[in-house]
Design a protein. Sequence first.
Length: 265
Amino acid sequence: MHISELRAKPHISVSGINSYVNCGLQYKFRRIDRVPAESISDNLVFGSVIHKCLADSNQEKMTGNQLDLKELQDIFEDYWREEAEDNKFISYSNGKDFKKLLFEGKNLLETFYRELPKEGFTILSIEEPFEFTIDGIDVPMIGVMDLVEQDIEGTIVITEYKTAAKAFSIDQIARLFQLTIYDMAAKRNGFGDCEIVLKVDSLIKTQKPRFESVYTTRTDADEKRAIKKIQEVWNGIQNNVFIPNDGSWLCGKCEYRTYCDNWAN
């Protein structure tokens, strides 16, 4: 089933849970009230375009055709122009604009292209949708894995692509909720008898672009904690508990800032 079909049905997701935990009121505006956003972050659009490029690259690789660097950069430029050129809805960070992010994206992809190992894994699926159930929750957990591969020993390697302003620490990746959900989904959707390794491939937007791969795994204790977190979030949603996080660093670029300011009136 395509991810658009899964999203069309009642569900819960990693992005939804993270949104609720970061700011319950923003979750309500976006996912309950369906309030139109006032803007969209440049980081969100940029990250989405990078994901599309890497998915296209992996699709070509899966069919035996390795894109060269120029082809990859041209794909990025096409997607970026399609999504961002003359898009007044995008809220750019200080010092950023359409042209600067076009240049930045090409540089990031050059670093990714030169540093990513070209061989070693067999691609099993790209942009792989999933769903599974959690005890006590009436709707399925859904999501998409960026890349699922297998090494020569049969280990399943699940990759999540990230664009970020700085590198993730080992501890951050060890605690990344999203990866725990991928591990749970893989075990419940055909890979329960396989060893599973999780990997974050980060395209880091420093002055000199960097690429970094970090591997991790998950334990039964990690899964138990994730299930508890999902259940608690679900209970909050069902009981209409939507608390604003007024001190969040996300407030400055929140696409619902006006609605939030008027929330108590």
